[in-house]
Ligand binder design. Structure first.
Ligand code: IMP
Length: 505
């Protein structure tokens, strides 16, 4: 099995290779920090999935940078690192343009940024449809980020989508836009004019500029807005698939693939339908940048420990406070409201619902993209075991310092199914059945009761630790337990938000 030395060896090799950073959970594990850290050792960083639904926060010497689209390696641009937004990514030009403007205002360069000509273009109709559907879904909400992600990938599959390359050819862009809008009109007409107007008057739509009384969306205004924004990055649009394939072939450059979201949100393998519309797995990531899965030489699987988070709807077996926790998060309370309403919220609170709030506050678990409170729960081995084939057995555990003061740490080692009889293929799942590996079906997962093992916490600050030999014994005991129970290899521990707060094991 590989260990952290082989990881370093991988990076220190003179010849090139490709390393992927994926998230084995429900996203938000702190991948951005790892990508930024490893980017110091590579020549190219490429992102291949998702869109502005993602949010990376990178902290360098206390200064936080939040990106949704630009790869987390962008802060190494001045050192010559090429950052690629690959063909699998859904790009909202307004968001991208704003991120580049922020980099400019901070004096940071992006001269080596390359944007795939085939990246999917997010249009106002995608964001509009996403938000209208969620608003009118009643009890069937997915809890999307409202960034148009589902609709843009739907158009891609329906062969109706536009790409970044279309921005370079205004006449074709307009023609394709008109065709796409004609196809979208029927779907939009299902919603009331009042709802449409309300959504379109938000700042994501230039405060109502796109609204058209008869056609719903104003073609001229969209063309104007999109061509205006694209001026900032038109010179970066290129054939990135070929660029990266050539580097891979030469094996001279070290390439880092940056995952987005997490494997449990995978469209094909996740907790469907409560998933995103792209592939956060290694295979999806490689494909989204023009590579094959086999081109990836090493993958690190970044997961939060020893708690988990989830944003949006969908089952979450170890959730603190169960349905009470879920309903509370649905109400979108801010940190300030939580602090005011539960001033005694703490990582050790007796009431596990309030304990969940305490962990959220301590971990700053509020969405980088939407500001939504993230649902919190204990670390879940059945889910980890399920995700490994799509992620990697080489784990980086993050956010460990959040639990420094936690007296008892619970790890879910299995589930007892407590629902009605349910068929999974030829297998009948019955009440009382024990499951060691999560059955990735929302009907099953929503009736699973976790079985826990308890560990005493380490009860001391760990953020300053940089060496494996100084890691508290109680923490290492849990790490070894997870390694043994899930058959994984923990290669690194992250003990704080800063680039340097990492321990190699
Ligand atoms: P969408 O990707 O906006 O369509 O949202 C679908 C589901 O994925 C929702 O539950 C979102 O909360 C979740 N999701 C999408 N992106 C992220 C992310 O970066 N972190 C965590 N959850 C995400």
């Amino acid at each position: 099995m590989l260990n952290s030395n082989s990881l370093l060896e991988f990076f220190n090799r003179k010849q090139g290779g490709t390393l992927a950073v994926v998230d084995g959970g429900w996203g938000d594990s702190g991948k951005g920090k790892l990508v930024d850290y490893f980017a110091g050792d590579v020549g190219m960083v490429a992102r291949g999935t998702g869109g502005a639904n993602a949010g990376h926060t990178i902290v360098i010497h206390g200064r936080a940078f939040v990106f949704h689209l630009v790869p987390a390696g962008i802060l190494r641009d001045q050192d010559g690192v090429v950052n690629i937004i690959g063909s699998g990514v859904a790009i909202d030009p307004a968001v991208l343009s704003q991120e580049l403007a922020e980099l400019e205002s901070e004096g940071k360069s992006y001269k080596n940024l390359r944007i795939s000509k085939n990246a999917k273009l997010v249009l106002p109709q995608h964001i509009l449809l996403d938000r209208l559907r969620e608003k009118n879904a009643g009890g069937n909400k997915i809890g999307t980020t409202g960034r148009g992600i589902g609709p843009v990938y739907e158009d891609h599959v329906a062969r109706l989508g536009l790409t970044m390359n279309d921005l370079l050819n205004p006449k074709i862009f307009r023609q394709k836009l008109v065709r796409n809008l004609a196809a979208k009109k029927a779907a939009l007409m299902q919603f009331s004019a009042r709802d449409i107007r309300a959504v379109l008057s938000s700042d994501a739509f230039r405060n109502g500029a796109y609204y058209h009384t008869d056609d719903i969306l104003n073609v001229d205004e969209i063309v104007k807005g999109y061509l205006f924004w694209s001026e900032r990055f038109r010179k970066s649009i290129s054939d990135t698939d070929t660029l990266i394939q050539e580097e891979q072939k030469k094996r001279k450059l070290r390439i880092l693939l940056e995952g987005a979201q997490g494997v449990l949100l995978s469209l094909d393998y996740g907790s469907y339908p409560y998933v995103t519309s792209s592939e956060p797995t290694i295979a999806g990531l490689a494909r989204g940048v023009g590579l094959k899965e086999g081109d990836v030489g090493y993958t690190v699987n970044v997961v939060k420990a020893f708690y988990m988070t989830r944003v949006g709807e969908g089952p979450f077996p170890t959730e603190f406070g169960g349905s009470r926790g879920r309903e509370w998060c649905k109400e979108l309370h801010t940190k300030e409201v939580e602090l005011k309403q539960y001033p005694d919220a703490d990582v050790n609170h007796q009431d596990e619902f309030i304990q969940g709030i305490g962990i959220r506050i301590r971990g700053g678990e509020y969405g980088a993209t939407t500001g939504r409170p993230r649902r919190t729960g204990w670390f879940d081995l059945p889910l980890l075991r399920f995700s490994l084939p799509h992620a990697s057995n080489n784990l980086v555990l993050t956010k460990l310092d959040v639990l420094d003061e936690c007296k008892t740490i619970m790890i879910a080692t299995g589930y007892i199914y407590r629902g009605p009889d349910y068929w999974i293929g030829q297998k009948k799942i019955c009440s009382g059945m024990k499951l060691d590996v999560a059955v990735m079906d929302s009907e099953v997962l929503s009736h699973c009761e976790p079985v826990y093992v308890e560990f005493p916490g380490w009860l001391e600050p760990i953020s300053h630790i940089r060496s494996a030999k100084n890691v508290p014994e109680n923490l290492m005991r849990i790490v070894r337990f997870v390694e043994k129970e899930a058959g994984v290899n923990v290669v690194m521990l992250s003990v704080g938000p800063d680039r340097e707060q990492l321990i190699s094991l």
